[in-house]
Design a protein around this ligand. Structure first.
Ligand code: GLN
Length: 243
């Protein structure tokens, strides 16, 4: 019998202030709805991460917490081992920034070395990006899906050669001022929207699972989930028109 899918929620005390833990709940629920065995492992700083994870999740947080999270994750090492073992990593906002090469913190723009899992760098932007965001995400089969969420970040992220954008911005800021949002490199996906973003965008949740499981999942039609997506897209478009 195959092992349960292990969802690893990393450092909520550092990277948990935007409710991104909901992403773990969504992944678990969508696996459960499909009858796939899954477990949730919650890890706090000082505790070892499992190297056996299927999906590791990082969430949003404040600048100081980002520095601690990088230090702890490097000392622990098991996130890197998990990825070498074939896991996926889904990282939101502060979590996304720390996956990069460098990011800056504080008024003095201190440069901090990141985890080096994404070829991106983050530095303080010209304004703070706060508000609803709407992006166009091209799925692996070439079809396009809208992603909605709420962004709230002072850091702007610039992609290097090794990373490709996750999506194109229709409304909002996203990475910086170049019309792109998020980054993908191998099995690592970084993105700015909160929401939690996987609750608002079920297609993206299934994509994260498909990357981790290396197989296509059966579609899971749930009218209430589709309706939430439709409502959020309509909401952000109405807001965008007013802006
Ligand atoms: N501290 C980071 C920034 O402001 C990340 C914020 C967040 O996670 N929402 O850019």
């Amino acid at each position: 019998m195959s092992r349960p899918v292990e969802i690893v929620l990393v450092y909520q005390s550092l990277l948990g202030i935007y409710g991104d833990r909901g992403n773990a709940m969504v992944l678990l629920k969508r696996l459960e709805w499909r009858g796939i065995d899954a477990t949730l492992t919650i890890v706090e700083p000082g505790e070892p991460l499992p190297a056996t994870g299927s999906v590791y999740l990082l969430g949003g947080g404040e600048d100081a917490a980002q520095i601690s999270a990088v230090r702890e994750l490097k000392a622990d090492g098991n996130l890197f081992r998990g990825l070498e073992n074939g896991a996926a990593l889904f990282a939101v906002c502060a979590g996304y920034q720390i996956c990069g090469q460098t990011f800056t913190v504080g008024e003095r723009d201190e440069v901090i070395e990141g985890l080096g899992l994404l070829d991106v760098t983050t530095r303080r932007g010209t304004e703070r990006a706060v508000g609803e965001i709407l992006t166009r995400w091209q799925r692996p089969d070439g079809s396009e899906t809208l992603i909605t969420g709420f962004e709230n970040h002072g850091g702007f992220t610039y992609l290097g050669q090794g990373a490709t954008p996750l999506a194109q911005v229709e409304l909002g800021i996203g990475n910086a001022d170049d019309g792109t949002e998020g980054a993908v490199q191998g099995r690592v996906i970084g993105t700015y929207p909160h929401g939690p973003v996987l609750a608002r965008n079920a297609a993206l949740a299934d994509h994260v699972l498909e990357v981790a499981l290396e197989r296509t999942l059966e579609p899971l039609p749930r009218p209430e989930v589709d309706e939430l997506h439709r409502q959020r897209v309509a909401f952000v478009r109405r807001q965008g028109l007013r802006a």
